[in-house]
Design a protein around this ligand. Structure first.
Ligand code: NAG
Ligand code: NAG
Ligand code: NAG
Length: 331
């Protein structure tokens, strides 16, 4: 019987080499070529604008620093292909058909400073979508007609953000709690959204009122509702909303007041009753006691004058002392 032939040392080496080569073999995204229908220059700029692309280009140079894929019909940014480009600084993706971006989309783009997502069909921005973009300086995200929801913490980690433009979307509310913490933010575009000018947006309106200089097209930053305030400028409503949203008591406040009033009333009644009972009991007790103590009354009365005499004798030295008081001698 023959055993299976032992692989020779040479064929083993060949297999190992093959495995190694396959392991590090460049995926399509890693090749040093240039995507079809794009122009790549030696400044590491890849220009693919207006090429009727329907998918994100493959074959991008690994070291790409600027990528322009605007004016196409790209529907998706594949995280795997995009995040190879860890040197990307400038990314223009405007005027495409993007419907969704997520936390993993920009997971590795730590050098990205400029991002343009305008003229797409995004609907919502989640919590950590821009979280990994720690170098982001300018974010343009205008003209997404269905974009109506931006998470309160969406920009919380973009501490270098200077320009944010979310004009001409479908936003009715924007929670600014993380935005006002961004120290470098100097320009914000909010115009052309149907802002709802109620107490939910009180902080936003007050922000526009106080730091109006930061807002591009502040004159076009107006309310879409409620009906009575349509077309009013957010900045002019800041103070009005502030007082309106804090003065009146809500129905729960009224209930609370009634409950507190009742408790106070009940406590007053009960304590008055309790005090009455205690007084009556005490009075009866004192009466009873004094009846029992009656025989001792005369003894106490005899002792009284004696003690009073002692008191008056003690008082005399005090009177003399008063005369020696320097305050009196001066007068
Ligand atoms: C968007 O791109 C198309 C070509 O795909 C172009 O015709 C259109 O003018 C562009 N729109 C804007 C607003 O740039
Ligand atoms: C904008 O949002 C409103 C609801 O707030 C919705 O009824 C409307 O359809 C949205 N517009 C677009 C273009 O998606
Ligand atoms: C804004 O978001 C913060 C944090 O998520 C939250 O605590 C706050 O209540 C929100 N403000 C409004 C007016 O919804």
């Amino acid at each position: 019987m023959r055993l299976a032939p032992q692989p020779s040392a040479q064929s083993l080496r060949l297999i190992i080499l093959l495995i190694l080569v396959m392991g590090v073999a460049p995926s399509p995204a890693l090749t040093a070529g240039c995507p079809t229908r794009c122009v790549c220059d030696d400044q590491l700029v890849v220009q693919c604008a207006g090429q009727h692309l329907t998918a994100f280009p493959t074959d991008l140079p690994l070291a790409t620093r600027q990528l322009i894929i605007s004016n196409n019909r790209i529907m998706e940014l594949p995280p795997l292909l995009l995040n190879y480009l860890s040197d990307l600084v400038y990314f223009d993706c405007s005027n495409n058909s993007l419907t969704e971006i997520s936390e993993s989309t920009f997971g590795n783009l730590r050098k990205l400073a400029y991002l343009d997502l305008s003229f797409n069909t995004l609907m919502r921005i989640d919590d950590r979508t821009f979280g990994p973009l720690s170098s982001l300086v300018m974010l343009r995200m205008t003209d997404n007609p269905g974009l109506s929801d931006i998470h309160p913490d969406a920009f919380g980690e973009n501490s270098g953000l200077q320009v944010l433009d979310v004009s001409r979307n479908n936003l009715t509310e924007l929670n600014i709690s993380s935005l006002i913490g961004l120290a470098t933010l100097r320009s914000v575009g909010l115009s052309g959204n149907p802002w709802s000018c109620d107490c939910n947006n009180e902080d936003l309106c007050l922000w526009v009122h106080i730091e109006g200089f930061k807002f591009q097209d502040e004159g076009q930053t107006v309310c879409g509702g409620p009906p009575g305030l349509q077309g009013e400028r957010l900045g002019e409503l800041g103070l009005q909303l502030r007082s309106q949203c804090h003065q009146g008591l809500g129905s729960w406040d009224y209930l609370y007041c009634i409950a507190i009033g009742f408790v106070i009333f009940a406590a007053g009644t009960v304590s008055a009753w309790a005090i009455g009972v205690v007084m009556v009991v005490y009075e009866r007790y004192v009466k009873k006691k004094s009846e029992q103590m009656n025989p001792d009354d005369e003894v106490e009365q005899e002792a009284g004058p004696g003690m009073g005499g002692g008191g008056s004798q003690q008082a005399k030295p005090h009177g003399n002392g008063d005369l020696k008081n320097p305050g009196h001698t001066v007068v």
